[in-house]
Design a protein around this ligand. Structure first.
Ligand SMILES: *Cc1c(COP(=O)(O)O)cnc(C)c1O
Length: 471
């Protein structure tokens, strides 16, 4: 059978899709209770993928079957309620359903003419997001893979605006001989911001770092005098402590000085949706660009990030694209607001997530993540762990008596498969770092995870005693 005939058969029989559907349902059924991190025997199955590129194509059904058999066990269980590493959300069922359908549609979201439906839902999401975050009416949104790209776009717009105000066309002339730009940023800004500064040729060594307090918040008094050549970069949600920079103090100062403010709010910007927590984001409406993820706090599927910018001209100029075959329309052409051209239709799952929660559900989700973090901190403190941060949002920093015990405890927690946490350095101490993002985390998940902490620390201490005895 020739290749095309075979593909038509698969298309008509829908066999690979039905097989995938069956395996997906089996996976979902076990998702809440599976090991959070694969066991060694699960990882060993990955060796089955080591084969030379086959000469003849395989059956679609078999391919999906192999993926499920050899690949499925080596997944991280982020759908359940006990994955607390990095900042990884779960997946809302409606958003996943919308994503499945959108995957079948396979829309390229670059232009209205390539996908009217995506263009429409991008417009709807743009409006909804502006109202959730309280951003100015002129704000535009670009739908990107995540905050990394959203930050890059926001800083590119800032660079464009500042150079333009000095009569410098950076697209045409580049950086050689360009007037100076100042970057003032929190000492604890996220690594992806540092990356964007480097990629944009702004120079990491030129950054004027601002010292932070014991929660990792910029100390307002330490911010140097701002001016119209300055980009001030702040964060809503410190990636370790979850703390928020003092926007209410700093944004008006920046506004008065004519500086551009970018707010990295990858997971924390969503605090704006909760009446209890929205005081944390007050003042952000005076900034110029914002970056936020759907795939963390909001629990959309990966990858779903948003770049928001109130200076449409600067953003569009910074991300300009031309070509005689690109037909811009009178409608929304999404690629104007993103570095990418071809993109999948992320706004579809974002729209579904927001619609399935509604304003009230979103506030409830944010409050719930916060409440679980508070519960976790209390449970761990009660069993002798030290909590090093105020629980501003959904992040908890935990330490044992010594760095050695802390690090060994992390290893044992990870090996247990009960929950998953990573480590970090916080004010020169090794810490266990939890980020509570999944919608599925219940109070029982928190209790079960806290028990895994205690068991892991007991083991770590026993080992240490064993080692000391051996010396
Ligand atoms: C996750 C995160 C980023 C990077 O976002 P991606 O979606 O992974 O690209 C940036 N800043 C903060 C504070 C984050 O938590």
């Amino acid at each position: 059978m020739d290749m095309q005939t075979r593909l038509f058969r698969e298309f008509e029989s829908k066999q690979p899709l039905e097989t995938a559907h069956a395996h997906a349902f089996a996976y979902l059924k076990a998702a809440l209770d599976r090991r959070v991190y694969p066991a060694a025997s699960d990882l060993a199955l990955l060796d089955h993928f080591d084969e030379p590129l086959p000469l003849d194509g395989a059956d679609g059904n078999d391919i999906v079957g192999q993926l499920s058999r050899d690949g499925g066990p080596a997944t991280i269980s982020s759908l359940g309620g006990r994955y607390f590493g990095l900042v990884v959300g779960g997946v809302l069922p409606a958003a996943l359903g919308a994503r499945w359908l959108a995957d079948v549609w396979n829309q390229n979201s670059a232009l209205y003419r390539l996908s009217p439906v995506t263009s429409k839902l991008e417009t709807v999401c743009e409006d909804w997001l502006k109202s959730i975050f309280g951003l100015p009416q002129e704000t535009v949104a670009g739908f990107v893979s995540g905050s990394s790209v959203a930050i890059l776009g926001g800083l590119a717009a800032a660079r464009e605006r500042i150079f333009k105000s000095k009569g410098w066309d950076v697209n045409a002339k580049g950086l050689r001989g360009a007037p100076p730009i100042r970057i003032v940023a929190s000492r604890q800004i996220h690594g992806t911001v540092v990356k964007a500064i480097a990629v944009l040729g702004l120079g990491i060594e030129t950054v004027e770092w601002v010292e932070v307090d014991d929660q990792g918040r910029v100390i307002a008094d330490r911010v140097p005098p701002l001016d119209e050549s300055t980009i001030l970069i702040l964060q809503a949600g410190n990636v370790n402590s979850g703390s928020f920079d003092p926007f209410r103090q700093l944004c008006p100062l920046a506004e008065a000085a004519g500086s551009w403010v970018h707010v990295d709010g990858a997971f924390g910007l969503w605090a704006a949706a909760s009446t209890k927590l929205s005081h944390l984001t007050q003042g952000i409406e005076l900034a110029h660009s914002w970056s936020v993820d759907g795939h963390k706090t909001l629990n959309t599927p990966l990858d779903c990030g948003v770049l928001l910018c109130r200076d449409r001209d600067a953003l569009v100029t910074a991300l300009q694209a031309t070509g005689s075959y690109i037909a811009y329309s009178e409608e929304r052409d999404g690629m104007l607001y993103t570095p990418e051209m071809s993109r999948r239709a992320r706004a579809i799952e974002l729209w579904a997530a927001l619609k399935c929660l509604g304003k009230r559900g979103l506030a409830e989700l944010v409050d719930q993540l916060h409440a679980r973090a508070v519960q976790m901190a209390a449970a761990l403190e009660a069993t002798g762990f030290e909590i090093l941060n105020d629980i501003a949002f959904n992040q908890v920093l935990v330490a044992c008596e010594t760095d050695v015990i802390t690090n060994a405890t992390i290893t044992h927690i990870q090996d247990s498969g009960e929950c998953w946490v990573g480590g970090a350095k916080w004010r020169d101490r090794a810490v266990i770092r939890l980020s509570i993002c999944p919608w599925a985390t219940t109070p029982a998940d928190v209790e079960r995870s806290a028990r895994a902490f205690v068991d892991a620390r007991d083991r770590a201490k026993q080992e240490l005693v064993g080692k000391q005895a051996a010396i």
